[in-house]
Design a binder for this molecule. Structure first.
Ligand code: FA5
Length: 347
């Protein structure tokens, strides 16, 4: 066979393939085309054995013609394949038309519970002032919860915190002040600067009082901790939590474990201080108790009250959340109502 004949044959085959490819509409026809023009029984495959008949000086050219022929046929096959795929995609998109003006779907990824957001905020504030975090159990001894806080058995102050007794000498802690006793015992007369966030339990139940709630205790002991330091820290904290506009007032109070003692109130979020049923017409909502650590407490917990003095405070976490976010019933913080909680989601 002459090389020219082969060239013509290849050309003819390529033209035939080009024509045939126009009719290909689906994958079955595409496969058929592939086996007809590139398969074992194709003209292309039948030409390879002819190499033997070709004079040796034309063998190179023969090889070039065949590989060109294969390349062309493959190109035709590829463009038919692309055309079919494009057509299939077009049909699919036509069936599944997307209206790009519709609003998207939003995944609810959740967010911090307002209670937890307040805990983190308060904790960050105190870590920034060089406090460390102390911890204690919710099931506590009567001794740590009361006696070492200068509240002996039968002391009338026990009525201030109606606690849950769960066994002989064991209670659910009624305040985080129980951690004060633990920290002082561990610190063995040395300086202290801690906060302790945690859950506490009391027999209470109304819109601002729950049987289970959170407190953050603070305790500083050093030879020169003063009442002025305490007021300064609490003022900074309350300004940090509620901003400059919310009114804060400190008033004298009584706790068996501090002397002098104070309480802090924030102007009511509901009535802005005018007086309403929520704040029991006072215009204020109590947020924390504080004072200078009572010398008895220092002595009861291994400190020399002539050398060391201290201040302490206990802040209601739920109350902060209520005042900050305008929540009118403390129970909403415990109900796991997603509609209510999603208000606090950060978009
Ligand atoms: C105490 O619990 C003291 N241990 C605080 C303290 C610590 C004083 C250190 C001095 C030194 P009180 O019972 O007032 O104090 O509670 C403190 C705060 O907890 C209150 O101001 C209030 O914000 C919150 N609180 C009290 N009872 C409840 C309750 N039932 N539900 C929700 N929050 C409460």
């Amino acid at each position: 066979m002459e090389i020219n004949e082969i060239r013509e044959l290849a050309q003819g085959e390529i033209q035939k393939a080009e024509e045939a490819s126009k009719g290909i509409q689906d994958a079955v026809a595409l496969n058929l085309f592939k086996s007809s023009y590139l398969g074992k029984k194709s003209v292309l495959s039948s030409l390879y054995p002819k190499l033997k008949e070709i004079p040796s000086e034309q063998k190179k050219e023969f090889g070039r013609v065949l590989s060109q022929m294969r390349e062309e046929l493959e190109k035709i096959l590829k463009s038919a394949q692309d055309r079919i795929e494009e057509e299939q995609l077009r049909l699919k998109m036509e069936k599944k038309k997307v209206d790009i003006t519709l609003p998207g779907y939003f995944e609810n990824v959740g967010s911090l519970h307002p209670y937890q957001a307040v805990v983190r905020d308060i904790t960050d504030f105190f870590l920034g002032l060089g406090f460390t975090i102390a911890d204690g159990p919710e099931v506590e001894t009567d001794e740590n919860n009361f006696e070492r806080m200068n509240i002996p058995k039968d002391h009338p102050a026990r009525d201030m915190q109606d606690s849950f007794s769960i066994g002989e000498g064991i209670v659910l802690r009624s305040h985080t002040s129980s951690v004060q006793a633990r920290v002082m015992e561990e610190s063995k007369g040395e300086m202290v600067k801690v906060i302790c966030p945690g859950k506490v339990y009391r027999r209470d139940n109304d819109a601002t009082h729950s049987h289970q709630f959170g407190q953050v205790e603070g305790l500083v002991i050093s030879p020169n901790a003063t009442f002025a330091n305490l007021l300064e820290i609490l003022t900074l904290l309350l300004r940090h939590l509620f901003g400059e506009k919310r009114e804060v007032r400190f008033r004298p109070s009584y706790f068996p474990f501090t002397e002098p003692s104070i309480e802090a109130d924030i102007s009511c979020f509901e009535c802005g201080g005018k007086g309403c049923s929520f704040c029991k017409n006072s215009g204020w909502i109590e947020i924390l108790g504080a004072g200078m650590v009572h010398p008895n407490v220092l002595r009861l917990n291994g400190y020399d009250d002539k050398k060391m003095q201290g201040f302490a405070f206990g802040l209601g976490i739920d109350r902060v959340a209520m005042l900050k976010y305008g929540i009118d019933d403390i129970k909403k913080l415990y109900e796991d109502d997603v509609d209510f909680l999603s208000q606090f989601r950060k978009e």
